[in-house]
Ligand binder design. Structure first.
Ligand SMILES: Nc1ncnc2c1ncn2[C@@H]1O[C@H](COP(=O)(O)OP(=O)(O)OP(=O)(O)O)[C@@H](O)[C@H]1O
Length: 470
């Protein structure tokens, strides 16, 4: 039985997160079964321009060839944020705390405790969170295994801080981008092509954050899986390039938020804490193929990396009944008439973990539809649940903890995706480069000796230039 030293009532600001802040090594899930009230302790890069393409959220069966699947669990971690200065000023009490590196315990009833792959205390850096909860997903994606990282939690619990971060403390998304490029440098025998798309879902409306004109996009399906019609995809050339695209997307999102707030409730501008209702999805498509002269016919690794900042979940009353918040409740303007993805997310997760349930309600929410392949059991998945210790929202935190506990039992069968046909973009570019090289060689051989150029007319010179250019 895990125990905590001392159990005096914890006030705001007390340092009470024992042993949960140490740097941890990267681990995947080895989930053990924990229940409420009973803890069992026995336990070379190709460049190109942007593309307007049909970017699929691939269904796992759409890959013609794949290596043997391997079984693993969803990695489930919990990250505490510190109490804010305002909460401390208001004398907020601590209701939940990290008891060691894997357990979250209730302050008022210590028999209520849950265990996870890792629990991060409020002083843990996002870098540490990345190393434990994200690196193995990014690494897998660079090797052809689809990966998804979700941040889930109530409003203001730290999802955006964790996924996006800021200059001082970069989030999982910028750290993943840098990590991906480091992996490229450390893999000299393969060449990679990375593409990025970035979207927000607000009240079931999909907006393209890389293209201000991409508003209210449709989600479609074909044999290869689900895709967002017309979403812009950019080939990324460097970490700085990717980060500038994401920063531009964030600015667009901030602009859109201002508009939404104005339309929703002009009198409450400035009272809204955080973004509340938008979910953001940053999708990276990664292709890689062996480098060298004999690459024709070699399989290309193709994978997708989903990085999701899910809309803040609301009070338990709303979560369970789907009711709108009462008029006058702070944040009711954020709810609108459509519940956010976080409303459906727990029910999809619980159905995925229940072998008796054959129908999973993917169609209930657009983001769930987009994430259908991520949730269908073939992606490597990491769920980072963000929580606050504050007693004011103890019940909501409890719901997040119970949900995270359920998610631990999802089993996944990851596989490395390989494609051998010429459909991949990297193959297309390699083919184009090969053709251009051959043409250049041909042109070199056909080059007219310089003395003869003097005798050429203007028309011939233009023709020659065109030949060189095309
Ligand atoms: N681990 C942390 N360490 C320090 N500050 C944090 C941490 N997590 C969150 N915060 C701070 O708490 C506040 C709320 O965090 P954030 O905006 O990330 O919440 P959120 O869950 O994304 O909210 P919303 O759902 O409303 O968008 C921010 O001021 C943020 O800087």
């Amino acid at each position: 039985m895990a125990s905590r030293q001392g159990s005096k009532s914890r006030k705001a600001g007390s340092s009470n997160f024992k042993g949960a802040d140490s740097t941890a090594s990267s681990t995947t899930s080895s989930s053990k079964l924990y229940q409420e009230t009973s803890i069992d302790d026995g336990h070379s890069f190709l460049a190109s321009s942007s593309a307007q393409s049909k970017q699929h959220f691939f269904s796992p069966d759409s890959f013609p060839q794949s290596a043997q699947p391997s079984k693993e669990n969803v990695t489930v971690t919990v990250r505490f944020r510190p109490l804010s200065p305002r909460e401390i000023h208001n004398g907020e009490e601590v209701a939940w705390y990290a008891d060691g590196e894997t357990i979250v315990r209730n302050e008022h009833n210590p028999t209520i405790a849950y265990s996870y792959d890792r629990v991060f205390g409020p002083t843990t850096t996002t870098r540490n969170v990345y190393d434990v909860a994200a690196h193995h997903v990014v690494n897998g994606a660079m090797e052809g295994i689809n990966g998804t990282i979700f941040a889930y939690g109530v409003t203001s619990s730290g999802k955006t801080h964790t996924m996006h971060g800021d200059q001082r403390s970069p989030g999982i998304i910028p750290l993943a981008v840098k990590d991906a490029f480091s992996i490229i440098q450390e893999t000299p025998n393969r060449e990679f092509l990375l593409r990025i798309s970035y979207l927000e879902l607000y009240n079931e409306v999909v907006n393209d954050l890389l293209n201000p004109a991409g508003h209210n996009l449709r989600i479609r399906e074909d044999k290869q899986g689900t895709f967002v019609e017309g979403i812009k995809e950019e080939v990324i050339l460097s970490p700085a390039h990717a980060l500038s695209l994401i920063a531009a997307g964030r600015s667009l999102l901030d602009g859109l938020d201002m508009i939404k707030k104005r339309i929703a409730l002009p009198s409450k501008i400035g009272k809204i804490n955080g973004r509340g209702l938008n979910s953001c999805n940053s999708l990276k498509t990664i292709e890689s193929s062996p480098l060298g002269d004999k690459i024709q016919g070699e399989a290309v690794h193709l994978s997708q990396l989903n990085l999701d900042d899910l809309a803040g979940s609301k009070s338990s009353k709303v979560e369970t009944s789907g009711l709108r918040r009462k008029e006058g409740d702070a944040g009711d303007e954020e709810w609108g008439h459509v519940p956010p993805t976080s409303f459906y997310f727990p029910s999809v997760i619980s159905k995925l973990t229940d072998v008796k349930v054959s129908h999973v309600p993917y169609r209930d929410s657009k983001l769930i539809r987009i994430l259908q392949s991520s949730l269908s059991g073939h992606d490597r998945v990491s769920l980072i649940c963000t929580v606050t210790p504050a007693s004011r929202i103890s019940e909501e935190t409890h719901n997040t903890l119970k949900f995270a506990n359920r998610a631990k039992h999802i089993e996944i069968q990851t596989k490395q995706n390989k494609i051998t046909d010429e459909k991949s973009l990297i193959k297309k570019y390699q083919h184009e480069i090969r053709k251009l090289k051959e043409e250049l060689e041909q042109l070199k051989q056909d080059t007219v000796p310089v003395p003869q150029l003097k005798d050429m007319g203007a028309h011939d010179t233009i023709l020659l230039k065109q030949k060189v250019l095309f």
